[in-house]
Write a protein of this length. Sequence first.
Length: 160
Amino acid sequence: MISPIRYVLRRIALRRNASSAVHCIMPLGAVKSAAVFIDRTAPGADTAETAVREFFSGRGITVTVLAPDSGQLNCAGFMKRPFRQPGGQERSEDLFISLSCRPDDFASEFEARCSPARFKAGCVGLGGDVFDLTVSLPDGVSMDQAGVFGAIKDYLLKIE
């Protein structure tokens, strides 16, 4: 259970930083830059990061990997500004992918809701219309982040 103060801080942060960008499914050929959120606490995070970098660099797409550890999160539970915006510049990605499979991962939810991306994909349904593409796992099946990225990658390659 989360403390009431932390809950209020999270709601205020989401309200202030929520993206108003219109998003929809778009083909991979139209993507020039991408941001991928990786849950550093989950097993296989390094494998997922390697797979992400290889996939996007092979297609000439600039990728920003957001993989925060506990020292990069603020008191509300989302990434501190220097880690969210490397170089102090506003992010402007075309594609956002969240590989976190934990429904209680607020850092992932914050990045998904506040990303200016035109196409968003993820594993956990956050309610509302946050993700354009959601990969769901069958009941009782656990999958690492590299597996989730593999499933999302397969769909991305099929979209024309």
